[in-house]
Write a protein that binds this ligand. Sequence first.
Ligand code: NAD
Length: 252
Amino acid sequence: MGGSQPLADRVALVTGGARGIGLACARELSRAGAAVVIADLLAQEADAAARSIVEGGGQAAAVPADLSRTREIPRIVGQAAGVFGRLDILVNNAGILSEVPTEALTEEQWDRLMSINLKAVFFVAQAALPWMVRQGGGAIVSLSSLAARVGGIVSAADYATSKAGVIGLTRTLARQYGPNGIRVNAVAPGPIMTEMIRHWPEDVRKEFVARIPLRRLGTPEDVARVVVFLAGPESAYLTGATIDVNGGLYMG
Ligand SMILES: NC(=O)c1ccc[n+]([C@@H]2O[C@H](COP(=O)([O-])OP(=O)(O)OC[C@H]3O[C@@H](n4cnc5c(N)ncnc54)[C@H](O)[C@@H]3O)[C@@H](O)[C@H]2O)c1
């Protein structure tokens, strides 16, 4: 307990924690002392991620999850909370990108993206909240995006809309569950070097870097450290906020 392990005895669920920002969140939460459950579509990668945390001396487990199947979410969250017998922190990180031009975007594409990026954020929180209420507190941190702040630059209308939805949802849950000692916040990253944007051509990356005051793209750890801050006691009086993590590209 204490300074270096502010999250000792806490249990965190990280959706989409098999790689990228979610994996960095799982690792940083573990470093802060939390036991971590990774729920991801990539079952093998999630297992490997959990194993690597355990090999490093942490506590971790993986639960296979397709969060686009809304009806399965209560079972998945129940299974995740059951691993260590409680649930204190939820990182709503699983998400997919869309770069489909508006004129070509289909209803199926819209619905699929929304089911993962927005609907699951609500229903995973809905399933997690009773645990936190019973335990007398908790913290939820959801992944929004720069696209919600300034409109999608490379990303499409469905993506930016889903990430703007996350901000409204965050504020609403913060208002509703503040009296229960549950804080609900979001982070809005700019471009972060993960699989999600690895296909971007070099010139697109260079263009972003030239416009970013800190002159580099973000790393998953840049985001994860802010997530851990929002999940932990250092941010005790912070709720309903969306923290921009973008090297200064957008200053809200
Ligand atoms: N990388 C960026 O530039 C950036 C910027 C802003 C916001 N974000 C957001 O951060 C979050 C993490 O993105 P990332 O860059 O690490 O991407 P990523 O593609 O590397 O990781 C996303 C993870 O989510 C999982 N996932 C996707 N669909 C799922 C489903 N239906 N059920 C369960 N898991 C599922 C994937 O398997 C993967 O492990 C996303 O919500 C993304 O929108 C990313």
